[in-house]
Write a protein that binds this ligand. Sequence first.
Ligand code: FE2
Length: 413
Amino acid sequence: MPNDLSVPLVWPEEGVTRVPFRLFSDPEIYELEQERVFKGPVWHYLCLEIDLPNPGDFKTTSIGEVPVVVTRDHAGDLHAMVNRCAHKGALVCLKEQGNAKDLTCAYHSWSYDMSGQLHSIAFRKGLNGSGGMPEDFDTSKHRLQPVRLENFHGLIFGTFDWEIDSVESYLGDEMTQLVRRNFEGRRLKHLGMHSQIIHNNWKLYAENLRDSYHATILHTFYTTFNVNRLDMDGGIMLAEDKWHHCSYAKRATVRNAAEYKDVHSAQYNSKLKGPYLLDPVDEGDDGITHMIQAIFPSLCIQFTLNSLAVRFFQPRGPEETELFWIYLGYEDDDEEMTQRRLRQSNLTGAAGLVSLEDGCINEFVQRGTKGSGDVNAFLEMGGRDVEPSKTSRATEVAIRGFWTGYRRCMGFD
Ligand SMILES: [Fe+2]
């Protein structure tokens, strides 16, 4: 596929072990990504089914820069569509979330039902016998642009590609099993959410999620208190096509610590004032106590001890990204478990350290790669291949997997 750039980008011949720094700030590449990645053969996370429990509910989001609204119509069916009036292009739905009889544009009262069909417009017949729309104006030809939608175990995905296979096929067998591990047959419960603007290109966050070896170095709290360390048993699973991954760790297997439940900090000879912060209960029968599953391009499912969260991010320009954190529990959790999940959400959220540290380090990369010309990143930790890593997370294989998907979408491979 030609890459259509006025200054063609030639990917280094080493392949996914090299990444041109230019990709993180070039506005032309950013524009091309809107077409090739965000409108490409990709399923994008839109929202959760529990965001829309009742007929008439709606939730706004975006795919890339395109505003999208997800609705539940009055018959109970889910729909997704571009949040853009077919008349003059104004946003039809202004609120983040709510319930409505229909979606009516504030500009000229073009009114759509909850499936996006136009049913009425103001002054269609004009006024006092003059003006108005031509006789052959047909409301059925002016609906909100539909977005293909699939509900996968309570996660709502959307795509502009009407040809690609189902979400399950997009994820592949192993990634599907992991989604099922956390979501199948279990009604979710919202515990809270927050969002943050991070001052970096969206792909730096996509890389950061897949960077399994930085946690031990950058997130010293995790290492100190045995939340996630490279010396725990763990590994990297990769989807068959390499686009998605899961990095996992088993806390009970930590080495170099007499007792993994000990919350004593060896490094600073200090203790947690609230040791109950790290008081996990085993869930699942696989021993996994920390997992980051990244679904290409911009979704992450996180289980840190008992904190379950969905993270997703949306580009807000070449050098700005909005990152959302949705904290979840299960409907059948008792109060103690709910409190535990809420407490442990502080391990990653804005009140904790991880989101702050990652936001900061990604901005350092954004600033450091300015004016880089044709200089590339070097990604050979763990080798040069793009294969699962069963015994080590000291590897950049999942990042190489991301670039495999990116290059395929963008036509750079
Ligand atoms: Fe991090």
